[in-house]
Design a protein around this ligand. Sequence first.
Ligand code: NAD
Length: 452
Amino acid sequence: MEEEAKNLIDIDEISLNGKSSRFPGFYKHDLSIRLDLLEQWYPLTTNEKWMLKRETLTPELADVMVENAIGVFGLPLGVAVNIQLNERDYIVPMVVEESSVIAALSNSARLIRDHGTLTSEATDPIMFSQVQLVEVKNPEHAKKTILKKKKDLLRVANQQDPVLAKLGGGARDIEVRIIDSLSGPMVIVHIIVDCRDAMGANAVNTMAETLAPILAELAEGEAICKIVSNLSDRRLVRVRMEMEVDCLARAGFTGEQAADRIIKAYHFAEADPYRAATHNKGVMNGIDPILIATGNDWRACEAGVHAFAARTGKYKPVSHFSRDKSGKLIGEMEIPMALGIVGGVTSIHPGVKILLKLMKVKTSKELAEVAAAAGLLQNFTAVWTLATEGIQKGHMTLHARNVAVFAGAIGEMAIKVANQMAHEGRVRYDRAKQILKHLLVRETQDQEDQNQ
Ligand code: NAD
């Protein structure tokens, strides 16, 4: 089995980080072969392979992680292959229930690998927490007083996290805003912190809670909320894809036509928040599964991306498509990405630990670059499909097995029912029931014939 796996790797396809993530026909193999194939990318132990296949989190550990635990909940774990970003190869683990997500990412990664380039760059891992000060008699005076004490405040903040400071991170700056609110003016203090390889919410929250009474005294007011902002707009990732358009030909459209339709589809999202929401959902389809697989806080990331999408006062698509002078299709995106490779559950969840090793990311910045690039690729595939053959054909073909199982088919029978529906182009619950009934009758007859 392992010999078979080795033979399936194209050894010519090796990038800057030494190995190729190009696995032709990966989806065609059975699950165990895929795990064997991954050994060519990263040397998984037998135990690690067993854990990925069967159990990445024990009920005992789940009981430590949350209150009132009653068990461990499963979701499919897959890997997107073929990804080449910043001239490095990546295998990307994804935990997701939607059938088409991993296939879409692997396919678009293969396409751009052969016909374009994909780059991304993250800023420094800067987060900030907010301290809300109310009942401040003279907000302008309070602002000046707080800023005068900046150095002392930063020192106290950094005393809360010597590890972060030692690693070259820690509190960097204090900013003060005066905002109008339904309860009148408020003084809002931002504590700006370099969180290195942590997501940093706990780190910045601790600093905010420590500084809050000091700030309240300086402002002669009262502190209420002391909490991280999930609109982490100092921790951004910029992604760019460039692609020759000939390879976009599909469903009777030439590559040129497909590219122009992609741009018009993007213009729809630019003009209409109803479409922009679904456009951005397509981006998050590529990101959330990676965040779950790597133990990151996907709610925090979702909140950040959507707030960023609305930062001009109108909800907008976070990615943009255009064509450059040479006719190439250009996709660009800038989003906040507050991710960690240490802290939170990243360092305790056994599955996350294996999957982070498998990804071979060395810093939180690198993880953010990969996740954001996956988001842009996923979004590009969805818009390309929408703009050409429509989303349902491919999606429903992949979803057919779920529909077959929903209709009562199991094992081999589910595959037969799904294949028949995909062949007919009719992936529907009622049709699955009919096919299943027909196949079961035929199977019973065959059995009777054999018994006679
Ligand atoms: P954490 O407190 O578990 O770990 C971070 C700490 O790890 C740092 O403060 C530092 O002391 C230490 N550390 C060791 N090596 C490090 C390195 N190389 N780089 C940086 N730090 C290093 O976790 P966190 O990242 O502060 O917080 C993340 C958790 O907070 C997530 O689980 C998230 O769900 C949760 N959370 C989120 C929110 C929110 O987003 N609104 C609010 C509260 C809590």
